[in-house]
Design a protein around this ligand. Structure first.
Ligand SMILES: NC(=O)c1ccc[n+]([C@@H]2O[C@H](COP(=O)([O-])OP(=O)(O)OC[C@H]3O[C@@H](n4cnc5c(N)ncnc54)[C@H](OP(=O)(O)O)[C@@H]3O)[C@@H](O)[C@H]2O)c1
Length: 209
């Protein structure tokens, strides 16, 4: 099942693409900047250049599932949160519905459903993620929603928990999220499921394999 990776040049996206390429999983990396093409070509990953703020329909051609790990990031304002994290995600979900895709995997955020409990600067982002998750749930496309806590650049442990109450921290490495995406991409049977994910004790494959 060929996977379109939206946000492929991001820190999670790049790690996921490298892992998928090692395992010969068919993927297409959606990137914004043609200058990013050589890095993907080097690892044997096909690219398509498109932007969530314009028409990106052509990026879906020949793909059967989507991984959405794009985000406007911490260095832009609520305008980009609205256009990328909310409207971009909604349009990506709409295209998946329209084209009859087999699955849409969303990298959301832990506790996105409680935006008013987040630090003030994160509230618009959490509200956008919550609304985009709800839109995806109500669509026709089977979905997987992953809700990671604070992302770190620690080396991936390969071990996680889906029960945030069982640990006394709030973080997960980007490498672990990339490995979870790999397990999900390879497990076509996973549908209409949501997971809160933090670093923990459980091997990723025992949860998602
Ligand atoms: N930071 C946290 O603690 C945290 C916690 C929970 C969830 N998350 C979610 O996890 C996601 C992935 O994390 P990350 O660290 O990999 O993020 P990242 O490195 O900031 O990557 C985000 C990617 O989205 C792409 N992007 C931004 N605007 C776009 C647009 N208009 N069209 C297409 N692509 C666009 C960026 O493209 P360029 O490479 O061209 O800039 C980048 O490749 C985040 O976006 C966030 O929603 C983050």
């Amino acid at each position: 099942m060929k996977t379109l990776v939206i946000g492929a040049n991001g820190q999670i996206g790049r790690q996921f693409c490298a892992l998928a390429a090692e395992r010969n999983l068919p993927i297409r990396a959606m990137i914004r900047d043609r200058g990013q093409i050589p890095a993907f070509r080097e690892i044997g990953v096909e690219t398509v250049t498109a932007d969530l703020e314009s028409d990106f329909r052509q990026a879906y051609e020949g793909c059967e599932q989507v991984i959405f790990t794009a985000g406007s990031g911490p260095h832009t304002g609520p305008d980009k949160t609205l256009l990328v994290d909310l409207h971009g995600a909604i349009r990506a979900s709409d295209l998946a519905d329209e084209l009859g895709l087999a699955r849409f995997t969303m990298v959301s955020a832990l506790r996105a459903e409680h935006p008013l409990q987040a630090p003030e600067r994160l509230r618009p982002y959490m509200a956008a993620k919550h609304a985009a998750d709800g839109y995806l749930r109500r669509g026709r496309t089977p979905y997987v929603i992953l809700k990671p806590g604070r992302l770190t650049d620690e080396p991936p442990s390969g071990r996680i928990t889906t029960d945030p109450d069982s640990v006394a921290h709030n973080h997960i490495s980007r490498g672990n999220v990339a490995r979870i995406l790999l397990a999900v991409a390879g497990n076509g049977g996973l549908r209409n499921a949501e997971y809160r994910i933090l670093d923990g004790d459980m091997p990723i494959d025992t949860v998602f394999g």
